[in-house]
Design a protein around this ligand. Structure first.
Ligand code: HEC
Length: 291
């Protein structure tokens, strides 16, 4: 019997050693030595739609976070700008500069907050992982200056994040960071309360009749994305939301109110930008960034 347990012990240690060597060897083997490492400017070149939305949703935090924020034109700005407006020409470069900054700072925060302690970034070609986490990790995912050292992670307490980009909306991430159990009942992910700061915001209150019908408390309010530094800015946002509500929904307008709230900090925007980028970059996107 003793002999049997010794054999098991040696076999166990052997498997552990093999896994240890393979998890270092495999990524090295699949990396194409001829392909040079992409720069941060290259991986940030295609600005994600979600990053552009962050400016509209959280204008104050966005302006604080990125030096080129003023020159980044949102779709709304572009719709109202003249065709020969000189700001059009600068806008793309400004977006790329802000995006590159956000990715780097977001990645630093991902490391500093030890997100990698609970999340892996490595969908393996085994055990139908693709069904849970999307496409298998490819060398391009880490053969770039942003993903050094690569964030394999140490274990999977939460889901693998290799393909997180575009999977959830920005406001889902904001709600999730502030209270993970609010979006994912029973979640053990910690609340990142330091990703938020005070501000003012527009809320939509609930129709008392439907509250009664559905059993939701009438005090329930739903935040309209966008957190502002002053009450006056929030009132202006309320006016915009009200103007955008069609006439046949005029009672909806009356349900908009301004209240105090906590909005994401610039750092939270960086992390969200990083999450929304994960898995969106491939070798096909390689090109010389225009300086
Ligand atoms: C104690 C472990 C733990 C830590 C630390 C942690 N998470 Fe999580 N995370 C989880 C768990 C568990 C889930 C699944 C339940 C849920 O959605 O909250 C999750 C879910 C997520 C999701 C949703 C993935 C999806 O699309 O379903 C994202 C994104 C995420 N975490 C990002 C982060 C980031 C960024 C950090 C660091 C700032 C972090 N997590 C830190 C445990 C953790």
């Amino acid at each position: 019997m003793d002999r049997f347990t010794s054999v098991l012990l040696v076999a166990g240690l052997g498997c552990f050693a093999l896994a240890f060597v393979l998890s270092g060897l495999y990524p090295w083997l699949i990396t194409d030595a001829k392909q040079t490492e992409a720069t941060i400017a290259e991986v940030a070149y295609n600005v994600t739609t979600e990053f552009k939305q962050l400016k509209e949703m959280y204008p104050v935090a966005f302006a604080d976070a990125y030096p080129t924020a003023d020159e980044c034109l949102t779709d709304r700005d572009l719709a109202s700008a003249d065709d020969d407006d000189p700001r059009r020409a600068q806008s793309d470069d400004a977006w790329r500069a802000a995006h590159a900054f956000a990715l780097q700072a977001g990645r630093d925060t991902y490391v500093a907050e030890a997100c990698w302690h609970c999340h892996s970034q490595f969908v393996r070609p085994v055990a139908n992982e693709t069904q849970r986490f999307g496409r298998i990790r490819v060398p391009a995912d880490e053969n770039n200056a942003l993903q050094r050292p690569m964030m394999f992670g140490t274990r999977r307490v939460g889901p693998d994040l290799t393909n997180e980009g575009g999977k959830r909306s920005n406001d889902w991430h904001v709600a999730h960071f502030s209270d993970p159990t609010g979006t994912s009942p029973g979640s053990i992910m910690p609340a990142y309360t330091w990703f938020f700061r005070d501000g003012h915001q527009v809320f939509r209150t609930i129709d008392p009749d439907s509250a009664e019908r559905t059993g939701i408390a009438t005090s329930r309010r739903y935040p309209v994305p966008g957190v502002y530094a002053t009450q006056a800015d929030a009132e202006a946002a309320l006016q915009r939301a009200s103007d955008a509500t069609p006439d046949n929904l005029s009672t909806e307008r009356k349900r908009l109110v301004v209240g105090e709230s906590e909005g994401p900090t610039p750092n939270a925007l960086n992390v969200i930008a990083y999450l929304q980028w994960l898995g969106t970059w491939t070798d096909d996107d390689r090109r010389e960034p225009q300086q």
